[in-house]
Design a protein around this ligand. Structure first.
Ligand code: AMP
Length: 243
């Protein structure tokens, strides 16, 4: 067992299994296609806390045709960021739900300094006892591009495939549900480039915000999924001890 990992977390051959530690708020930062969603799902299994993906919440609003969805749809299709006030309000509503009491994984939030400052204020005194920790998953540019342009989702069970790296057995068909796989409207090369521009201009300062507070760690995302998850668990526990 690694010395940087608390006794409640079990590491088996580079793989984290169930943990009873109180994880608190965990922010997953990182470029589009870096595996935030995939890792959030791994962490849900380990810590039994919810994944709160602002991208998923926004896509849900678009699909339901809510006012928020109508405002967000075109912005998302261009690969730009939805205005802070709209996203902050959506996150505020989600954080009121009782399943967030032991912690949660914010997947893709905050993406601007404004959102980070809003979150600091929203957490208020809680920051002292169980501070937010931020993790960035690092993946090189060409790999991000392959992950984004190759990504296909099952609209029924949400399983994610990649036509280059882990395709479904029958092309275009989900192995589990037999449903036709779909590609996200913003998973094209052109929109990816805009999303990367938004990331570098607006989200990179968020990394610095948490780095200067000693609440930030980078994890190598170019490894098998369980190893990345183990790296994130170790980083979170190291940051918690240092806090
Ligand atoms: P994601 O699923 O995280 O890649 O997000 C998809 C898209 O949703 C982004 O390209 C943005 O247009 C929008 N989005 C998601 N999270 C945020 C956020 N925190 N702030 C602003 N826009 C967001």
């Amino acid at each position: 067992m690694s010395s940087s990992v608390s006794s409640e977390t079990h590491m088996e051959a580079g793989r984290a299994t169930e943990s009873d530690t109180v994880p608190g708020p965990i922010l997953l930062l990182g470029a589009p296609g870096g595996g935030k969603g995939t890792q959030a799902k791994e962490l849900v299994k380990i810590w039994h806390i919810p994944q709160i993906s602002t991208g998923d919440l926004l896509r849900g609003n678009v699909a339901q045709g809510t006012n928020l969805g109508k405002m967000a749809k075109e912005i998302m299709a261009r690969g730009e960021l939805v205005p802070d006030s709209l996203v902050d309000e959506m996150v505020a509503a989600r954080l009121l739900e009782p399943d967030t009491a032991r912690g949660y994984i914010l997947d893709g939030f905050p993406r601007t300094l404004g959102q980070a400052h809003w979150l600091d204020g929203r957490l208020g005194a809680q920051i002292e006892s169980l501070p937010v920790v931020a993790i960035s998953i690092q993946v090189n540019y060409n790999q991000l591009l392959r992950r984004i342009t190759g990504r296909r989702n099952c609209p029924v069970c949400q399983t994610i495939y990649n036509i280059y790296m882990h395709p479904s057995q029958r092309e275009g068909i989900c192995d589990v549900e037999g449903a036709e796989l779909v590609q996200r409207a913003d998973d094209t090369e052109e929109v990816f480039k805009e999303r990367m521009r938004a990331y570098e201009a607006l989200t990179a300062p968020v990394v610095e915000h948490y780095r200067t507070q000693g609440r930030f760690a980078e994890v190598d995302g170019d490894r098998p999924i369980p190893e990345i998850a183990a790296g994130i668990v170790a980083a979170v526990e190291r940051l918690r001890k240092a806090a």
